[in-house]
Design a binder for this molecule. Structure first.
Ligand code: ZN
Ligand code: ZN
Length: 456
């Protein structure tokens, strides 16, 4: 019998590019867990901002699997026939959802409500390209704990804590057994209870046949917690006499709250770029997130690059409904940042490195608060950042609470899940994962890219 097979098309021995195909012959269904962008392939073949020009090119460089009918063909009116039914998205980090726009429109995409806000907000502001167009895509949303079916396969999504809101793990009831997919998760973050709920739900179901587990931090874990990050950053910025720039992910809401609190405590005004402002104002729709309201909170300022043409994000913001109160009055320009550097805390993220280019600060500090592997969200190399910092007299600090579980936390999690077999994914060190976990009496098998294995 080989009723249920699992094929890792992205994520075996690598961080990101997550794409795992599940085929359940008993229920006659095929679906992917995540369909992420391959940042490693991007780095190998392109220099930012040069981008792939077509789907054919992505297939040629092996960034995404070549399966019949899997992709959308924009030129033809009809979708090619495909036997893939759905994609289950764990969360809105690009290494998990970035290639979803490429998919055949007859494939259903399932994601959490919050994830949908992030996913759509990001694409709304992106340049229109073959890999950002989601026209015709059928998106269905789910809620934590509420089961739903893909053909006969029952899926139980349960929230987990990660460095982005709306992250989920899945318990998947296949025709011949149970499969668990952890997605990305941590237990030392601001909301450990979320991950605990996922583990509890697995224990209720009983020993899963296979757990596909992330292992990002297996070889190198940072122990800092969010509250410590706040303390460290606050103490550092208090001493800083120049401009303080903080670099953190636009979708890390815990970190945003931290920076917001730091700005208040250090009597600085938080200045954010239009792109982040757009993401945050969209996320204000997620009722479960206690977040400063972007339309109402005037302590949050908007960086104005004074370009002749407004960026897509600026247009979206100025036309947003309900209107963003006093959009123009919030603007802070480069000259103001240079003139009164001590008054501001300037937030940026790796995607907008050119900010340093425009602001031209005299000196100050650059606080990198996103030491996640750059494979997850970014395409710009660390070296180039360092060169710009040197030129601008900005000294670098780092302070970060990881979005991923540490090795001992991972071992405890797997012991509690009691799986028959664990397959490590989303890690560059699957062999270390195996050697670290197996002494606990848990069987670990290292998956090979694109080689199917059985659930049972
Ligand atoms: Zn990831
Ligand atoms: Zn992630």
């Amino acid at each position: 019998m080989m009723t249920v097979t699992i094929t890792v098309h992205g994520g075996a021995g690598e961080i990101g590019s997550s794409k795992i195909l599940i085929e359940d012959k008993g229920h006659d269904v095929k679906f992917f867990l995540d369909f992420g962008k391959n940042f490693e392939a991007m780095r190998q073949y392109y220099d930012f901002p040069v981008q792939p020009g077509s789907l054919d090119e992505l297939l040629r460089i092996g960034a995404t699997p070549d399966l019949p009918g899997l992709y959308h063909l924009p030129e033809s009116k009809e979708q090619p026939s495909t036997d893939i039914d759905a994609v289950l998205l764990s969360h809105a980090h690009t290494d998990h959802c970035g290639y979803i726009p490429l998919l055949n429109r007859s494939i259903q995409i399932h994601m959490g409500e919050c994830t949908r806000y992030v996913f759509e907000a990001r694409l709304q502001g992106s340049r229109k390209r073959f890999d950002t167009n989601i026209e015709g895509l059928e998106i269905k949303t789910f809620k934590t704990g509420k089961k739903f079916k893909i053909s006969g396969v029952e899926v139980q999504p349960v929230h987990v804590d990660h460095s982005i809101p709306g992250a989920y793990g899945f318990i998947i009831h296949c025709s011949e057994g149970t499969l668990v997919y952890t997605g990305d998760f941590r237990r030392h973050g601001t909301r450990p209870q979320l991950t605990q709920d996922f583990i509890d739900a697995i224990q209720e179901v009983g020993s899963p046949d296979v757990v596909l587990s992330e292992g990002t931090n297996i070889a190198k874990a940072e122990l800092t917690r969010e509250a410590e990050v706040r303390k460290q950053i606050e103490a550092t910025i208090e001493k800083c006499r120049g401009l303080a720039i903080v670099d953190f992910s636009e979708v890390d809401f815990d970190r945003f709250r931290t920076m917001y609190a730091v700005a208040k405590a250090t009597n600085r005004e938080l200045v954010i770029e239009p792109r982040r402002m757009w993401m945050l104002s969209t996320l204000n729709k997620c009722s479960s997130l206690a977040t400063p309201s972007i339309p109402k909170d005037r302590a949050i300022r908007r960086y104005d690059r004074e370009k002749k043409r407004r960026s897509t994000y600026e247009v979206l913001l100025s036309e947003s409904k309900p209107p963003l109160s006093d959009y123009e009055g919030r603007a802070v320009k480069s000259a103001e940042l240079r003139a009164k550097p001590r008054r501001y805390l300037l937030a940026t993220s790796f995607g907008s490195l050119s900010l340093i280019q425009h602001v031209k600060p005299a000196s100050g500090i650059y606080l990198l608060s996103a030491s996640e592997p750059f494979n997850e969200e970014s395409e710009i190399s660390f070296d180039k950042l360092l060169n710009w910092l040197t030129l601008s007299g900005l000294a670098m600090y780092t302070a970060h609470c990881s979005g991923h579980v540490d090795p001992l936390g991972l071992r405890q999690t797997l012991e509690e899940m009691k799986p028959k077999v664990v397959y490590p994914i989303h890690t560059e060190n699957p062999e270390l994962f195996k050697h670290f976990i197996e002494p606990s009496g848990i069987r670990v098998i290292v998956p090979k890219q694109s080689v199917p294995f059985k659930l049972k």
